[in-house]
Design a binder for this molecule. Sequence first.
Ligand SMILES: Nc1ncnc2c1ncn2[C@@H]1O[C@H](COP(=O)(O)OP(=O)(O)OP(=O)(O)O)[C@@H](O)[C@H]1O
Ligand SMILES: [Mg+2]
Length: 254
Amino acid sequence: MVERVKTGIPGMDEILNGGIPRRNIVLLSGGPGTGKTIFGQQYLWNGLQMGEPGIYVALEEHPVQVRINMRQFGWDVRKYEQEGIFAIVDAFTSGIGEAAKRERYVVKDPTDVGLFIDVLKEAIRDTGAQRGVIDSVSTLYLTKPSVARSIVMMLKRVLSGLGVTSILVSQVSVTERGFGGPGVEHAADGIIRLDLDEINGELKRSLIVWKMRGTKHSMRRHPFEITDKGIIVHHDKVLRVTRTGFVEVPVGEG
Ligand SMILES: Nc1ncnc2c1ncn2[C@@H]1O[C@H](COP(=O)(O)OP(=O)(O)OP(=O)(O)O)[C@@H](O)[C@H]1O
Ligand SMILES: [Mg+2]
């Protein structure tokens, strides 16, 4: 029996045959605005509702902004932070500014991987985190692609070793077909790719599970939406791009 962590995102666990196998490190890849951050935050919020502690590592946005953004979806994490079962690791401010002084977990120098790992471990131990999101992991190696694989392998050892089922947000450019580079793609246990395609003058969202070690999963491209309550995946529909546009067909209709 594979132990699974439910994402709790409507439609997503159906695609994953029940959820993400425990301790997997999942690369969540996509271009700008495809919904990676929202997906990750919704995964953590749903965990908290199921009594599973979590951490969010902010490398792209100010922790204050992260709390504000989450609250807009109805995900107010302050209570859980006070209870000590949720933490935001600040790898954004380098401790600069008044607001940063109120943060508990601050990576003073995000380019120092050793230091980054130390703060990460501390936050996991304190909260008892079972879920983790690093947003984004690309930021850790943007200027030094040659170390991308070793950084991801190190994160995998730490996160998986401490029992954390993790989402590593991976930024790819709009035109890139890959998921974040060969070293990283093979090191990850799973890859979920979020897409935004302009078809006939309309942006259409879809996602596909490219790989997920330890489980079978849907091999189809599913349409999804972002609403005021977060992401909703249409697990019962397939997005099929045709010569003239796109069609959404029910799963099962060829
Ligand atoms: N309340 C909402 N209702 C519908 N769509 C929304 C709402 N809030 C945000 N969005 C959509 O979500 C997008 C942002 O999603 P998100 O921040 O998760 O993207 P991302 O993949 O993390 O992008 P980046 O790589 O630039 O950080 C917005 O561009 C917008 O299209
Ligand atoms: Mg983002």
